[in-house]
Design a protein around this ligand. Structure first.
Ligand code: SF4
Length: 360
C-alpha cells in the first residue's frame, strides 16, 4: 500500500468497509486457506452509537467482502477492559447477532492461552489466537483516551493480551508496552471506525460524528493521520513516535497519499449533539455543514485552551455559507469568502486548531 491511507465518507458502515476493501484490492492479499482474525474495539458493553465501540456493521462489510473471495476461516476476537465481561460487550454492540447472521464465531481473548514474546527488554504474554492468525484485521474506533489522549490502531491491540497483562501495561505507563506489543504482534490491515468516536473519553458518552472510515496497512501511519483528524500533536501520544522508532511503521509525511472515496457523499451534521459537544458548537454558526467538517471543528475547539474560547472570532461553517463574505473565520472550502479562512473539504481539526492558535 506504500504510504497510502484510504478515506471513505458516508453513514453506512457496511458499505463503507466493503468499498474500502474493494478500492484497496485487499482480495490480492488474502486466500481461502488463511485464518483471518477481526479485532474490533469492544472495551465496554455499549453500542457503537455511544462513541466507545466499533460498529458491528463495519465488520459485516469486511466479512461479506472476504466471503466473496472464498475466505471462510474468519473469527472475531476481542477482550473487554479489565473486570468487564467480553460476552456482555459482544451482546451490547450487536456482535452476537452479527455472529449468527454470518456464522462467524466470537472469541474472548481473556480465555485464551498466551505465548511470551519480548522486544526492547520487555516480555509480553500475547494471546495465541491473535499470534496464530494468518491475517489480522484491526478495526479500532478513532476516539479520545483519558491517559494516552487518543486511541486508534496501535492501542487497540491491547485487547489481545490477558487482564493481568493489561494491569501490568498500566503500571508501566502504557506507552512503551503498547509500542512493544505492536512490534511483537503484526496487524496486516487496519480499518478505522471514524463515524462517531468519543470526544474526550474511551468509555464513550460524548460521540462526535466524523462521517468516515479509513483503511491502511500501517498502524503508525494511520494513527499519525488520526492525530491530525482530532487535533492532537503526535508528540502528545508517546507510543506513536516510539512505535516508529521500533520500526512498526512510519509517521505520516509530506509524501503520504490520501485517497478519498465518495467525497460527495459526506453526511450532513446531526443537529442533536450531546451536551459536551453542544457547549462547543455554540461558538460557531453552522448552516448545512457536513458531519466530517463539523466534527473537525468540535474536536479543534475541544483541544483549544478553554480560556481562549471567549476570544474567538465569529466562526462560520457549512454549505449554506457558499458565496458569503464578511468578518470572521470561515471553516472549510464552503466558507472561504470570510476575512479569515481554513481550507479543506473537510479541514482537519489540526488545521483549524493551528489557524485559531495563530489568530488568538
Ligand atoms: S467544506 Fe463544505 S462540502 Fe466540504 S466538508 Fe465542509 S461543509 Fe461539507
Amino acid at each position: 500500500m506504500q504510504n497510502r491511507i484510504y478515506v471513505n465518507y458516508g453513514s453506512d458502515p457496511k458499505a463503507m468497509a466493503y468499498e474500502l476493501m474493494a478500492e484497496a484490492d485487499i482480495g490480492a492479499l488474502v486466500s481461502p486457506d488463511m485464518r483471518i482474525a477481526l479485532k474490533p474495539n469492544l472495551v465496554v458493553a455499549k453500542p457503537a452509537s455511544s462513541g466507545a465501540t466499533t460498529h458491528s456493521e463495519l465488520l459485516a462489510g469486511v466479512i461479506e467482502y472476504l466471503f466473496e473471495r472464498g475466505c471462510k476461516k474468519i473469527e472475531i476476537i476481542e477482550g473487554a477492559w479489565v473486570g468487564a465481561s467480553t460476552q456482555a460487550a459482544f451482546r451490547a454492540a450487536g456482535y452476537e447477532a452479527l455472529s449468527k447472521t454470518y456464522g462467524v464465531p466470537l472469541f474472548d481473548t481473556k480465555r485464551d492461552q498466551t505465548s511470551s514474546r519480548s522486544y526492547a527488554g520487555l516480555a509480553i504474554d500475547v494471546c495465541n489466537k491473535a499470534l496464530n492468525a494468518d491475517f489480522l484485521i484491526n478495526l479500532p474506533v478513532l476516539k479520545a483516551h483519558c491517559q494516552t489522549t487518543l486511541t486508534c490502531a496501535l492501542k487497540n491491540l491491547k485487547g489481545c493480551i490477558s487482564d493481568a497483562q493489561k494491569r501490568r501495561f498500566h503500571a508501566l505507563g502504557l506507552h512503551k508496552p503498547i509500542a512493544v506489543l505492536n512490534k511483537l504482534l503484526k496487524q496486516h490491515l487496519i480499518i478505522v471506525d471514524a463515524l462517531n468516536g468519543d470526544l474526550s473519553f474511551e468509555e464513550g458518552g460524548t460521540p462526535v460524528e466524523m462521517g468516515r472510515a479509513l483503511l491502511c496497512d500501517d498502524p503508525v501511519l494511520v494513527d499519525s493521520y488520526a492525530c491530525e483528524l482530532m487535533g492532537v500533536s503526535i508528540d502528545e501520544v508517546e507510543y506513536m513516535p516510539l512505535s516508529a522508532q521500533y520500526g512498526v511503521g512510519r509517521l505520516k509525511n509530506a509524501a503520504t497519499e490520501i485517497v478519498e472515496l465518495n467525497a460527495d457523499r459526506k453526511p450532513k451534521a446531526n443537529p442533536s449533539l450531546t451536551r459536551g459537544a453542544q457547549a462547543l458548537a455554540r461558538y460557531a454558526q453552522q448552516d448545512q455543514a457536513c458531519s466530517a467538517c463539523y466534527g473537525s471543528l468540535i474536536h479543534a475547539l475541544h483541544r483549544l485552551d478553554a480560556r481562549k474560547l471567549k476570544s474567538l472570532p465569529p466562526l462560520y461553517i457549512g454549505q449554506g455559507f457558499r458565496g458569503k463574505s464578511g468578518r470572521g473565520l470561515g471553516i472549510g472550502r464552503c466558507a472561504s469568502g470570510f476575512s479569515e479562512h481554513v481550507g479543506g473539504c473537510p479541514p482537519t481539526a489540526q488545521a483549524i486548531l493551528d489557524k485559531l492558535t495563530g489568530l488568538l
